[in-house]
Structures are given as C-alpha cells and as structure tokens.
Design a protein around this ligand. Structure first.
Ligand SMILES: Nc1nc2c(ncn2[C@@H]2O[C@H](COP(=O)(O)OP(=O)(O)O)[C@@H](O)[C@H]2O)c(=O)[nH]1
Ligand SMILES: [Mg+2]
Length: 282
C-alpha cells in the first residue's frame, strides 16, 4: 500500500463526507478509482464537484451530472471554485449527505480529495477565506494534511498525500495531460497537442478554423499543429524556416487550458470512445 493510500484510508475513518474534486472537462478520467474504493469501504457519501465548470461544455456537464447523481451516496454539482460564491455553496451541499453530523459535539467532517491540478487548494482557500494551500497551474504536492475548523459544527481536511490519476488506457493519459493533471516531464507535449487537435476536429468542427484562420478540411492532428505554427509565425531559427512544432503545440495547449478556445469537454458519459470515433453508442 502506498503511503498516500494508507494516509487516505486512515483519514477516511474520521471523515463523514468526501469532497471529490474533479475536472468538469474530464470527470471520469480525473476520478481516481482509489478514492471510490476507500470511501465505499467505509460507506462514506461523496460530493462530486465538477470543478472548472466555466471551462467545460455546459451541455456535456449536464449529462455528467445526471450520470453521477444516479449513483447511490453521491451528490454531483458543477462549480467554479475560483468563484467565491460557488465555493461557499460546498458546506451546505455536504450537510444533507450526513444529516446526523451537525453539532459542536458531532461536527460534520469533510475531506477534500482529488488528483493534481483539479482545484483542491483553490477550494480549500476559498472555504477558509485565507491562503492555507498553495495554488498553482503546475501539478504540485500538498505535503501536510490538516484539519481546519470552518465553524463550530464543520471541519474540512486537506487531501492526505498525493493521489495520482490511475491511467487505464493511453487516451486517458493524453486527456489528463491536456488538462495538465500530469506533469510536463511525464509526457510529450507535441503528442498531447496532436491528440487535442484531433479531438477538436472530431467533436467541435470549425472551432480550430475560426480561432487560427486555416481551412481544417482533410486535416489530422499533426496537420493542425503545423498550420498553427505557420499562422502564428513559429519558425525554427537557422533551420530554413521549418515550422517550430513544439512551440505551436504549446500555443494550442495553453489556449485550451486557459479557456481561450472556448468551453470544451474532453469526454462524455459512457460513450467516450464511440463518440470520439464518430460512432453511435449502442
Ligand atoms: N478556470 C478555472 N480555473 C480554476 C478553477 N479552480 C482552480 N482553477 C485553477 O486551476 C489550477 C490548479 O488549482 P489548484 O487549486 O492548485 O489545484 P490542486 O492541485 O488540485 O490543489 C490553478 O491555476 C487554479 O487557479 C476554476 O473553477 N476555474
Ligand atoms: Mg493543491
């Protein structure tokens, strides 16, 4: 058992509600099955926060909420925890999941969990209205695990240790890298950008053409990166004006991650593979 897992299992015993922070653009692949396993073992209810909802496709997010809200012991909600009003809703969404824990004697004990870069620290700081956890766009480590008092009948605990995403297939890995839940050293950014480009061509036709000003008909992911390099003038110095694909790849990823490309979800409930392949789910 890894130490992160062991710590999470220990804290679970003294937790009433698990707050699982997910990325709304990728709610299934950003879910760590270990969290589900640990909480089901202790029969703990869960508030699933589809965070960064401001970056996700609202229609797809609605479908995910329906999907998760059918699961027993789960309440799912789409939020942008960067927004103070959204974050402030969280304690009241947790309370009905453990109605017996609502007093000084028996405070509601919430634990925030999730893979890197989904917004756990942002939520924690918003709830406590002060900076207790460092926020960054880089996947970072929350080192210490601390319980903080929200009021006289509620406490919230930081994620105990780092729970890396569980990567079941290469496509999950590419999607996780796209939202930057996997670090820069672990992946080839050009490959990630090509994957994103191919996804956008398939699911949001016309979007790349409108943003970068090229005709996307007949293009594949690699062609898109080359076209972005040309359109944005990314050329390699001293190499006869060859397109700088690495730079173009970073432009696409950065614009996606910051929301400049629009509100774009990377997976849809249950039909991920079929949908991306342009087939009808059966
Ligand atoms: N657009 C958007 N960005 C967010 C939101 N919540 C957090 N972020 C950003 O996501 C990045 C990772 O946040 P952080 O709280 O450090 O994630 P953690 O690794 O899970 O603790 C930071 O750049 C945050 O500003 C949100 O609701 N919307
Ligand atoms: Mg953090």
């Amino acid at each position: 058992m890894t130490s992160a897992r062991r710590k999470a299992a220990e804290t679970m015993e003294f937790t009433d509600v698990v707050i699982e922070v997910l990325d709304a653009r990728l709610p299934e692949a950003s879910c760590n099955p270990m969290i589900t396993e640990l909480r089901l073992h202790r029969q703990r209810p869960c508030l699933k926060i589809l965070n960064k909802a401001d970056l996700a496709d609202p229609e797809v997010t609605r479908a995910w909420l329906n999907h998760f809200n059918r699961q027993p012991g789960v309440k799912a909600v789409a939020l942008s925890c960067k927004n103070a009003n959204d974050a402030a809703r969280v304690p009241n969404l947790c309370q009905p999941l453990a109605p017996h824990r609502d007093s000084t004697h028996k405070p509601l004990r919430m634990m925030i969990m999730g893979i890197p870069n989904v917004g756990k620290s942002t939520l924690m700081n918003m709830l406590l209205k002060r900076r207790v956890a460092s926020v960054g766009d880089e996947p970072a480590v929350t080192k210490s695990q601390q319980s903080h008092k929200l009021n006289d009948h509620m406490t919230v605990t930081d994620s105990p240790g780092l729970l890396w995403p569980k990567i079941e297939n290469p496509e999950d890995g590419l999607m996780l890298a796209t939202i930057h839940a996997i670090g820069r050293n672990a992946v080839n950014e050009e490959e990630v950008a090509e994957f994103l480009a191919a996804t956008l061509l398939a699911r949001y036709p016309g979007l790349l053409a409108a943003r970068f000003g090229f005709a996307e008909a007949g293009m594949d992911g690699v062609d898109v990166i080359e076209a972005i390099a040309r359109k944005r003038g990314c050329l390699q110095k001293g190499r006869g004006g060859e397109p700088d694909l690495e730079k173009a790849a970073m432009i696409l990823l950065t614009e996606y991650r910051s929301g400049k490309l629009g509100r774009i979800s990377l997976e849809v409930p249950g039909t991920q593979t079929a949908h991306l392949a342009g087939e009808q789910p059966d």
